[in-house]
Ligand binder design. Structure first.
Ligand code: SF4
Ligand code: SF4
Length: 425
């Protein structure tokens, strides 16, 4: 189906403004969302393998990694996906991808994006496509973890490839970026599909490809800016992350009918991942005010977790606590203008945030609410020239039914191994 007439306007809160999209605004009752703390990732790929062994172990799926962890700045799967998209956007609107942060306010937490989204850039070029995009080549899909652990930025040679570290102070840097489908509010894949085979579920905002309707045109592969739909040659249709929807629905026998986190989230040994469901306000289509929901708290209250490439315009529902050691310019391009505030907050976390951070990977159940019991002050330190105090608070997490499913204090309990159990190694 081609575009006919002007595209409707929808409100994108991450951009702080209306933007053009193929369809009118329509929001689910709840939205699948997640927060990743990049600072903690080990790049162990346990998440990647958990997903692979659950969903993409069959013929024709060999190259499919619905979840992948890539090393930035050079790594990417498919190779160069984000650099290519950013270049296309820049070509369409040279020098225009900027934000007006002076307009920041309640409905515009990061200010207002003045540049073009992938939808607007396609429209401005008078293209048939709904969104700016490209089809990766077979070679670009060949090496899922290319450039793993490769640093940049050696002393005196900014941007050099493969820099080695020098002690005591080293300037080379890299970081791990954990990626899966963002189950976007305004998905590029869904807008692109000429068969209307892609839909967003009204109950949880999970974006799925109807395998019976899909004819394998690969428009979703081309127009998802994150390159998360993948074409399967054996069935000649496209597939993508399904957000482990049986677990989110609570149909896994392990959880007595209550929502459970996805496979990639629940296996993470680095405890970097938290996944949840945020309630959408029926009237406004925005996240309902719910500061006791940990995802709402991290994204909207503490503002420590930020969307990945918000300028693309799909309003992704994956949020990242940015890595504190990476040059800010690089991070601002990747996560928008909220980066400085997010890192300052993470470095000296407010009391409540420190408690909520303990909930990452505390349970496989989705936590819908948290409550904090105040504990004593345990430390006074100076961070960045300012005094900072640590409190041994206890955070309690509750599932959808109100059952307590997590109970952790900021200080971990200290155990001394008894003499009768000596270390035998
Ligand atoms: S399982 Fe967790 S720590 Fe390991 S690579 Fe995945 S996100 Fe990182
Ligand atoms: S990340 Fe890509 S595949 Fe996932 S919903 Fe967004 S546009 Fe679609």
């Amino acid at each position: 189906m081609g575009r006919s007439g002007p595209m409707p306007d929808v409100y994108n809160w991450q951009l702080g403004r209306d933007m053009s999209y193929r369809f009118d605004e329509a929001h689910p009752d709840w939205q699948f969302a997640f927060v990743f703390n990049i600072n903690r990732c080990l790049a162990c790929q346990t998440c990647t393998m958990a997903c692979k062994s659950t969903w993409t172990f069959s013929e024709g799926q060999e190259y499919m990694w619905w979840n992948n962890v890539e090393t930035k700045p050079y790594g990417g799967y498919p190779q160069g996906w984000d650099v290519k998209l950013l270049s296309l956007l820049e070509q369409a609107n040279p020098g225009g991808q900027v934000w007006d942060t002076s307009k920041a306010g309640p409905r515009k937490p990061y200010g207002e994006y003045e540049g073009m989204t992938i939808f607007e850039a396609a429209q401005a070029k008078g293209r048939q496509e709904q969104a700016l995009g490209y089809l990766p080549t077979d070679e670009e899909w060949q090496a899922p973890n290319i450039h793993e652990d490769t640093a940049t930025g050696p002393k005196g040679v900014p941007g050099a490839y493969g820099a080695g570290a020098e002690l005591p102070v080293h300037r080379p840097w890299f970081f791990y970026l954990q990626r899966l489908c963002n189950h976007c509010t305004y998905p590029g894949c869904l807008a692109a599909c000429p068969r209307n085979a892609i839909y967003k579920r009204p109950e949880d905002g999970i974006v799925l490809i109807d395998q019976a309707r899909c004819r394998g045109y690969r428009k979703c592969v081309e127009q998802c800016p994150y390159k998360k739909p993948m074409y399967r040659a054996t069935t000649r249709v496209s597939e993508k992350c399904i957000a482990c929807y049986p677990r989110v629905e609570g149909t896994d026998p392990l959880t007595d009918g209550l929502p459970m986190e996805t496979r990639c989230m629940s296996v993470c040994p680095g405890k970097i991942r938290m996944q949840g469901l945020v309630k959408i306000d029926e009237k406004t289509g925005q996240w309902e005010e719910d500061p006791e929901n940990p995802i709402f708290y991290l994204v909207k209250v503490a503002k420590v977790a930020l969307p990945l490439y918000p300028q693309f315009g799909t309003e992704p529902n994956g949020y990242y606590i940015p890595p504190r050691w990476v040059p800010r310019g690089f991070l601002r391009q990747m996560f928008g203008p909220g980066v400085d505030r997010a890192i300052e907050t993470y470095l000296a976390p407010p009391r409540e945030l420190l408690a909520v951070m303990q909930l990452f990977r505390a349970t496989q159940r989705i936590i819908f609410k948290f409550r904090i019991e105040k504990g004593p002050k345990v430390r006074d330190v100076v961070i960045g020239g300012k005094p900072w105090a640590m409190y041994n608070d206890t955070v309690i997490g509750y599932d959808r039914a109100g059952n307590e499913v997590a109970n952790l204090s900021v200080l971990e309990p200290f155990h001394v191994r008894p003499r009768k159990y000596p270390n035998s190694i």
